[in-house]
Design a protein around this ligand. Sequence first.
Ligand code: DQA
Length: 145
Amino acid sequence: MMNILILNGPNLNRLGKREPEIYGKETLKDLEEQVTTYGKKRNITVETRQSNLEGTLIDWIHEADESFDGIIINPGAFTHYSYAIRDAIASITKPVIEVHISNVHAREEFRQVSVTAAVCLGQISGFGFEGYVMAIDYFHRGNGS
Ligand code: DQA
């Protein structure tokens, strides 16, 4: 059975409370339940983790190279400036998909830059929680590996 690691970065534990007009009213727990259930239906084990810490996310990315078939990551604001997370993604061989809940390209200029997307398979941005589901589908269809 395929297993996918879903990583959410800083401030995504605040989903539901945090700028609901941008990120919606649903919580991180709602998101994690939705993606886990969706994965199960497609015979994919989905493990979800969230951290506000750059180093923790980096350690999890490294670990995934041995323990998972792919990563779906929303690096939060680290997307825009963390060369360390970019290098961590580049250091592994497993496919990584970048997801953003909001359409980062329609927002402030600093959000329109992703230093991580170039080392990912691609980026899904602006589809809300659905973006994570689209990424799971990509893996389900046998792509990415
Ligand atoms: C985000 C977009 C980022 O710019 C922001 O810093 C986040 C969330 C998104 O999912 O839309 O924390 O990654």
